[in-house]
Write a protein that binds this ligand. Structure first.
Ligand code: HDD
Length: 678
């Protein structure tokens, strides 16, 4: 990881302000002598309009808020850099995908889709994964999600989809949830949503961490090389730590205990130097193979099975710097799938085509005018020149008499660049047809890939899906809407539809199902990477613990990259039997088992009954979420007392070396799903 500052970081320097140690002034630079009392006519008299400092301070405050994003309002960002592994010259002329000696600064914003700006983060939802590459040829935005397909096939339906999933308009409920009548009514009436709904009902919609989820460009884009030859492409981000999820009960509890769970995890990892990493992958289909598949490559409700079209890993993005100011960067960043650079082009995917209109339009209302490209976070790192002028908040001071093209007074500058000079030339796709409002027949198979997804799930993932459908539809009041959902998903899998129908008071269907037998192992999280590093383990210690053993165990866990937090009954220091001491990070009151990947319980000679009660509550809850549990010393007995011993992922023993080896493995496994069958 290079420590060199990126061009973007250097560019941001000119906008950074550090006011520590400075005098307070007005926005016009006048030093202020008093900031607690407004100017009055007499100490008990009325305030005076001439108090310019009060007026300015209050006016600015009154205007501090901007509209939140209509979707993806709740988000968090980080800076990073992208390093290419090998040149993609044969597919694209994009400079940042050609030259392996270059590092491209990036800015990523992760988000939930449905909730408001202040909503909780571990809700069931797709996650936005938007990346701005500040390339030397201009900004390239890959505005994707953590799910490779979308609910609808045509952008004209986007406002309907969003109205259906947002809180219902008559009572503004529920917040950040799809478990309500209007969403499921939309699903039943728009069956193209079947595939994406399978994903949002799966564990993918409750990621453990923003660092542990995949990203997808979703649409089919085009890569165009120097010879003008094009290939269809799908973009992927693959997290180096693997793709992992929470358990639904746990996710709901986290929303209460720590509604900032995901941003906290991302922020702290970066502060600790555990930089999140994602490899960039591409799937490529030559244009001449466009019609060789049993789906339409332009249909955004379809993925390209990785077993059929392998993902080539071509580079890596490392997120290595937190934002300085969440408003200036996270709120003001403006992404647009239409921000492309030479060598990357669009296709006729009707969802993508509509997106190309929507993003600029939304920034105009959200950021208040046409000059949002001048905001520090949105500026390209290369210079930009054109004849666009004026508008609210304009910062550039364009010199000269001329602001039009063509001109003779400024020697016809700024001049359009030829393709050889790096000018963007749209791919010359031949297009002909009648003007028509219709859907292509090749877009009409809504269920085969939904079944492919179901077939690819492991047993515990299938069970989670049935539970998620049961939960969501269980919250739907309309019986007709529930019945429609059962009928619809019987087309995907009879086992699935029967599985949740019985839980929601609908007669399970007797016929239905699908002929699709194919599965795609890459879709199951059971086949992802498993590593212990950056996992967070809560260590339950009471005073009088075995100092030597615990010190050694914590050292060994840390050498595997595991992060530990000491939990006890009181804040302050907790002392071991040999005088060793640890600072208590949290008490049973200020934390909760749902906030850890695993627990390591030790206890100590001074533990009281209440301590054991709290610790047992933590252990039982972690166990019910299939988490790894470790116990040594006094805590070994707690496991037996709570009937938690001798289960998969439960490691006990006093031989520290043997214990930590087994415990690290149990932690790396993430969750021990086989307990589900007990
Ligand atoms: Fe969108 C934001 C991703 C379909 C219209 N979208 C937005 C963001 C992401 C996506 C990650 C948040 C960007 C940020 O963090 O600031 N959107 C997607 C994906 C889609 C998709 C992967 C399907 C493949 N979106 C989509 C459609 C439309 C929009 C079909 C409208 C025609 N999306 C918007 C928007 C937003 C937005 C209203 C809200 C805030 C913003 O743009 O900047 O324009």
């Amino acid at each position: 990881m290079s420590k060199k500052r990126s061009r973007k970081d250097e560019q941001l320097d000119q906008f950074r302000v550090d006011d520590s140690g400075k005098h307070l002034t007005t926005n016009h630079g006048v030093k202020v002598s008093e900031d607690e009392f407004s100017l009055k006519a007499g100490v008990r008299g009325p305030s005076l309009l001439e108090d310019f400092h009060f007026r300015e301070k209050m006016t600015h405050f009154d205007h501090e808020r901007i509209p939140e994003r209509i979707v993806h309002a709740r988000g968090f960002s980080a800076h990073g850099e992208f390093q290419l592994y090998e040149s993609l010259e044969k597919y694209t002329k994009a400079d940042f995908l050609n030259d392996t000696s270059k590092t491209t600064p990036t800015f990523v914003r992760f988000s939930t889709v449905a909730g408001s700006k202040g909503s909780a983060e571990t809700v069931r939802d797709a996650r936005g994964f938007a990346t701005k590459f500040y390339t030397e040829e201009g900004n390239y935005d890959l505005v994707g999600n953590n799910i490779p397909v979308f609910f609808i096939q045509d952008a004209i339906k986007f406002p309907d989809l969003v109205h259906a999933v947002k809180p219902e308009p008559h009572n503004a409920m529920p917040q950040a949830a799809s478990a309500h009548d209007t969403f499921w009514d939309f699903v039943g009436q728009n069956q193209e949503s079947a595939h994406m709904v399978m994903w949002t009902m799966s564990d993918r919609a409750i990621p453990r961490s923003l660092r542990m989820m995949e990203g997808f460009g979703v649409h089919t884009f085009r890569l165009v090389n120097n010879e003008g030859k094009a290939h269809f492409v799908k973009f992927h981000w693959k997290p180096v730590l693997g793709t992992h999820s929470l358990v639904w009960d746990e996710a709901q509890k986290i929303n209460g205990k720590d509604p900032d769970f995901h941003r906290g995890d991302l922020y702290n990892s970066i502060e600790n130097g555990d930089y999140p990493e994602y490899e960039l992958g591409i799937q490529v289909i030559p244009e001449e193979d466009e019609f060789k598949f049993d789906f339409d490559v332009l249909d955004p409700t379809k993925l390209w099975p990785e077993e059929d079209v392998p993902v080539q890993i071509v580079g890596k993005m490392t997120l290595n710097r937190n934002v300085d100011n969440v408003f200036a960067e996270n709120e003001q960043v403006a992404y647009h799938p239409g921000n492309v650079v030479p060598g990357i082009d669009f296709t006729n995917d009707p969802l993508l085509q509509g997106r190309l209109f929507s993003y600029t339009d939304t920034q105009l209302i959200r950021l208040g005018g046409p000059n949002f490209h001048e905001l520090p976070i949105n500026r390209p790192v290369c210079p930009f020149f054109n004849n666009q002028r004026d508008g609210y908040g304009r910062q550039t001071i364009n010199k000269g008499q001329v602001s039009y093209h063509k001109n003779s007074l400024a020697n016809n500058t700024p001049t359009p660049a030829s393709e050889e000079e790096g000018g963007y030339a749209h791919y010359q796709e031949k297009v002909e047809g009648y003007k028509i409002r219709a859907r292509s027949d090749s877009f009409k198979d809504h269920f085969s890939q939904a079944t492919l997804f179901w077939n690819s799930m492991s047993d515990h993932e299938k069970e989670h899906l049935i539970n998620a459908f049961s939960f969501e539809l269980g919250k739907v009041e309309s019986e007709a809407v529930r019945e429609e959902a059962v009928k619809m998903f019987a087309n995907v899998s009879l086992e699935l539809a029967q599985g949740f129908a019985k839980n929601i008071g609908v007669t399970p269907p007797e016929s239905g199902g699908s002929d699709v037998k194919k599965s795609s192992p890459a879709l199951s999280q059971a086949n992802t990477v498993h590593k212990p590093s950056t996992r967070k383990v809560g260590v339950i210690l009471a005073s009088g613990f075995n100092g030597k053993d615990v010190t050694q165990a914590l050292k060994e866990l840390s050498s595997e990259g595991i992060m530990t937090e000491i939990i006890s009954d009181k804040q302050g220091m907790v002392k071991g039997d040999d005088g060793s001491e640890f600072k208590v990070d949290h008490t049973f009151l200020t934390t909760d088992s749902v906030l850890y990947d695993a627990l390591y319980a030790v206890g100590g000679s001074d533990e009281e009954e209440a301590f054991k009660k709290h610790a047992s509550h933590f252990l039982n809850e972690a166990f019910s979420h299939y988490k790894p549990l470790g116990a040594t010393h006094n805590a070994v007995q707690w496991l037996s007392d709570n009937k938690l011993a001798d289960h998969s992922g439960v490691v006990a023993g006093d031989d520290v070396k043997g214990f930590t080896e087994d415990f690290v493995q149990a932690v790396a496994a993430h969750r021990h799903w086989d307990r589900q069958l007990i």
